[in-house]
Design a protein around this ligand. Structure first.
Ligand SMILES: Nc1nc2c(c(=O)[nH]1)N[C@H]1C(S)=C(S)[C@@H](COP(=O)(O)O)O[C@H]1N2
Ligand SMILES: [Mo]
Length: 421
């Protein structure tokens, strides 16, 4: 793979993606020429269950590899050996479709004060799509791999790297066998190049980084990927052990081979000193009203507040709405499709007074974990959650605070029709 002018390529690439994203694009960033990111969602995107491809954010580190689907193989290594062609993947195994809410672990990074480095996402790096492909379990069962104890699936991307690091991510084999798929379609269309063509891993409900695009190798291992654990050149463990872990300022997380608790929130509570970003933390976003322009209540005087809430592997139990900037809270109604790993819709019929209002949403998951009010100061770490704050962390990962996602709206007076007769 030759990329002679990585920067030029990166800018061309962003332009091409942006063209396909047709008007929904709110921002593109290319900080330090490291990431291609397109945040295609506007707040209104979060009023609907399925996100159209044009509104689904894009995030990756290297240039998109130019892959010929006919020649592409996914190699199975570790405790099993097989070269899977795309034809094998599409015809030899069962086909399933799964709904998955993908959130970049860096979503909400721009809400950290002081600022952390890298892409300053607001809330636009979250989306739900229906992904079609083959269950990892059916591939591995053919190789008699069905005992997941203390094993990991390490997935390696085929993207060329300018710094010789391999894009490798490990997830526990229990999760891989439970509901993960190798996907080749997104919302019923062939996988777009920027989303991983011809095939990517989908890890329902887990942060974006685990969902490796352009998959070239699936490796069954006895530990997470660590430096030197792969049989290839370059840096192996940057994306697993260094980046995408939560830690206070100036701390270098210790690489670990195994952990007992993978749930991100449980790690954060105290199970793992410097948590890995695995399943998504409980989170919600109001989609409408979106604050873009003043709104007028319906004829009955009410206004619908609608949005989405998700909690990774865990179900959403409750969503509360505040229409007064967090002073008082009322329960919203949960409705619509209910799929593990995908967000849930919520709504609330509100009878507003004319004027300015600050709207907030606050979700609680089935394990009774609730979105914290705000993001802490950098000098607070473990204690943050007890103070109803999310711990400020140097990478700006996994933030799910309520107040930074507030929407300010102006409600207009309803003009009553003049009585006649
Ligand atoms: N091979 C590869 N896979 C990757 C990445 C990458 O840089 N290389 N980026 C990850 C990150 S950080 C995110 S948030 C998701 C984004 O997926 P999307 O672009 O389809 O939304 O892809 C993940 N998969
Ligand atoms: Mo990401």
């Amino acid at each position: 793979m030759v990329t002679e002018h990585p920067r030029t390529n990166r800018h061309d690439e962003i332009e091409t993606i942006v063209k396909a994203k047709d008007g929904g694009v709110t921002e593109t960033r290319d900080e330090a020429d490291k990431y291609t990111v397109v945040g295609a969602a506007q707040r209104r995107t979060f009023a609907n269950w399925v996100t159209p491809i044009e509104e689904h954010f894009v995030c990756h580190r290297n240039d998109i590899p130019a892959i010929e689907s006919d020649e592409w193989t996914v190699t199975l290594t570790g405790h099993a050996e097989e070269d899977l062609t795309m034809a094998d993947i599409k015809t030899k195994y069962p086909t399933v479709a799964v709904a998955h809410t993908m959130e970049c672990a860096g979503n909400g990074r721009g809400q950290h004060r002081p600022e952390t480095g890298s892409v300053q996402w607001g809330f636009e790096a979250a989306a739900t799509a229906v992904w079609t492909g083959v269950p990892i379990s059916s591939i591995l069962r053919k190789h008699s791999i069905d005992s997941p104890e203390n094993r990991w699936l390490t997935t390696i991307g085929g993207d060329p790297s300018d710094e010789e690091d391999v894009f490798a991510r490990s997830i526990p084999l229990t999760k891989a066998l439970d509901d993960c798929i190798l996907a080749y379609e997104m919302n019923g269309e062939p996988l777009p190049r920027e989303h991983g063509y011809p095939v990517r891993l989908i890890v329902p409900g887990w942060y974006g980084v685990n969902n490796v695009k352009w998959v070239e190798e699936l490796m069954i291992t006895d530990s997470m990927v660590t430096e030197g654990s792969l049989d290839r050149p370059g840096e192996h463990a940057y994306w697993q052990q260094v980046a995408y872990r939560l830690h206070p300022k100036g701390v270098k997380p210790e690489p670990l081979e195994n952990i007992d608790t993978v749930d991100t929130w449980e790690q954060l509570e105290d199970a793992v000193e410097h948590p890995y970003t695995f399943d998504a933390n409980v989170m919600s976003i109001i989609g409408v009203p979106d604050g873009a322009s003043p709104v007028t209540p319906r004829t009955d005087g009410t206004l619908e507040v609608r949005g989405v809430a998700w909690a990774g592997d865990d179900a959403i139990e409750r969503v509360e709405i505040s229409v007064d900037g967090g002073e008082t809270w009322v329960d919203a109604e949960l409705f619509g499709p209910e799929y593990a790993g995908a967000w849930r819709l919520f709504r609330y019929d509100w009878a507003p007074e004319a004027g300015q209002h600050v709207l907030l949403s606050r979700a609680t998951d089935e394990l009774n974990r609730r979105q914290p009010r705000t993001i802490s100061n950098p000098d607070v770490w473990r204690d943050a959650l007890e103070r109803d704050e999310f711990p400020w962390n140097e990478g700006g990962y996994a933030a799910n605070a309520v107040e930074p996602n507030a929407v300010e709206i102006t409600v207009l007076e309803r003009e009553e029709p003049t009585p006649s007769g």
